[in-house]
Design a protein around this ligand. Structure first.
Ligand code: BGC
Length: 367
C-alpha cells in the first residue's frame, strides 16, 4: 500500500512539474497543438491558456501554451517555435495584425490555425475563428447604460451625460464591442436625451473612434485619459455614466473618478465592463462598478479543443453551444467561419449565480 502511495506521489509531482512549465505531454505520438495567448495583464488570458492546455491534454494531445506580453514580435517568435516543434495546429489569440506573417508560415507547413477570441485580420491563410458574440457584448454594455440611466425617460431639456472608452485600436474586437454599444445608445444621442462628453464617435469607422481607443488595453493609458477628461471636457459636468469596454479599464477609470470630489462616496458614474474579472466582481458587489459581461473562458476553451480535434481528424466540426456565422467575419482578404458563444450580463443582482454558483470563483476569494 505504502509503495502504491509513493508511486502515485511521484507521478503527481512529475505531472505537476510538467504543468508548471506550461507544457504537457500525455499520450506520446499524438499531434502537438501550440496555444498562443496575447498577454497576461488582462486576467482572463491566463484562464484561457490553462483551460486550453488542460482540455487539449485531456483529449490526448501534446500541447504547450505561451503568452505574448502584448508584443507581436514576441508572440511571432513563440509561434515560430511551435512550428519548429512540429505543431499540427495553432490556437492563436493574437496581439495585432502583425501575426499574419506567421499564420502564412503555418499554412506553408500545413499547420491548421484557429483564430481564438480575436479575429486575425489581413490574412487569407486560415479558415476558422472561435469567439463570443462580441457585438452582443457591446449591446449588453449599451443596454446597461440605457437601463441604469433610464434613458427612455431622459429628454433634451434634462439629458444624461456619459463619456466613452474603447479597447485597443489594433484589436478587431474593440470595434465590434463599440458598435454593439453605440447602436443601442445612438437614438438617444440623436434625440438629445444623451450627451456624449469628450470625443463622440457614432460608429467605430468614425475618425473620432481613434480618440477613445486604448492602446493594447492598457489600464494606465485609460486612467490617464480619464484624468485628462476630468480636467478638461468633463470638468464642469457631472457624468452619469461611462462606457468602459472591459473590467481592467473600468477599474482604472473608476480609480481616476474616485479622486474627483464630484464622485466621492457613492456618487460614482454608472460604469460598464467585461470579462467578469474577480476584482470587478468585488467592485460590482460593493456598488463601484455597475456591470460586467461574463465570457466563460472554460466554455470557449472546451469548444476550441472540440473544434481542433475535429479539424485534426478531418471531421466536420460540431460545436455544442456555438452558433456558426459564415458571413460576418471578414479578414479583409476572405470570410472565415466563425463559431460564436453566448456572453452573459452580470450585475449585483446575479453575480453570485453566474460567477460563484457556476464554480468560476469561490465567494471567499472575492475580496
Ligand atoms: C477580449 C476581451 C479582453 C480584451 C483585453 C479582447 O480581445 O475579447 O475579453 O478584455 O481583449 O485583453
Amino acid at each position: 500500500m505504502k509503495k502504491i502511495v509513493a508511486i502515485v506521489a511521484v507521478l503527481v509531482v512529475a505531472c505537476g512539474l510538467v504543468f508548471a512549465g506550461g507544457t504537457a505531454d500525455t499520450k506520446g505520438g499524438s499531434a502537438f497543438i501550440g496555444l498562443a495567448m496575447p498577454e497576461t495583464h488582462v486576467e482572463r488570458w491566463q484562464k484561457d491558456g490553462a483551460a486550453l492546455l488542460a482540455d487539449a491534454v485531456a483529449k490526448g494531445y501534446k500541447a504547450e501554451v505561451a503568452y505574448g506580453d502584448a508584443d507581436q514580435t514576441k508572440q511571432n517568435q513563440q509561434i515560430q517555435d511551435f512550428l519548429t516543434k512540429g505543431a499540427k495546429l495553432l490556437v492563436i489569440g493574437s496581439v495585432n495584425e502583425g501575426v499574419a506573417s506567421v499564420v502564412a508560415d503555418a499554412a506553408k507547413e500545413k499547420a491548421i490555425v484557429i483564430a481564438y477570441d480575436r479575429l486575425i485580420t489581413g490574412s487569407k491563410d486560415y479558415d476558422y475563428y472561435i469567439t463570443f458574440d462580441n457585438y452582443k457584448v457591446g449591446q449588453f454594455q449599451g443596454k446597461a447604460l440605457e437601463t441604469a440611466l433610464k434613458l427612455s425617460e431622459a429628454t433634451k431639456a434634462a439629458p444624461k451625460k456619459i463619456t466613452m472608452f474603447a479597447g485597443s485600436p489594433t484589436d478587431n474586437n474593440a470595434k465590434v464591442f463599440f458598435d454593439g454599444a453605440i447602436d443601442v445608445l445612438r437614438p438617444y444621442v440623436e434625440s438629445g436625451a444623451l450627451v456624449l462628453v469628450g470625443p463622440a464617435p457614432l460608429k467605430s469607422s468614425d475618425a473620432a473612434f481613434t480618440k477613445i481607443t486604448t492602446e493594447n488595453w492598457r489600464a494606465d493609458i485609460a486612467k490617464t485619459r480619464m484624468e485628462n477628461l476630468l480636467n478638461n471636457d468633463a470638468k464642469n459636468v457631472v457624468l452619469d455614466g461611462i462606457l468602459a469596454p472591459n473590467d481592467t479599464l473600468a477599474r482604472a477609470i473608476i480609480e481616476a473618478c474616485a479622486t474627483d470630489a464630484k464622485y466621492a462616496k457613492g456618487k460614482l458614474p454608472v460604469v460598464t465592463g467585461q470579462d467578469g474579472e474577480i476584482a470587478s466582481i468585488a467592485y460590482i458587489r460593493d456598488g463601484k462598478q455597475y456591470m460586467t459581461v461574463f465570457k466563460d473562458t472554460r466554455k470557449l476553451a472546451a469548444a476550441t479543443i472540440v473544434l481542433a480535434d475535429a479539424l485534426l481528424k478531418g471531421q466536420a466540426p460540431n460545436i455544442p453551444g456555438a452558433r456558426l456565422d459564415t458571413t460576418s467575419y471578414d479578414t479583409g482578404m476572405k470570410k472565415v467561419k466563425a463559431y460564436l458563444l453566448e456572453p452573459v450580463i452580470v450585475t449585483k443582482a446575479n453575480y453570485k449565480a453566474v460567477m460563484v454558483d457556476s464554480g468560476y470563483y469561490k465567494e471567499s476569494d472575492i475580496k
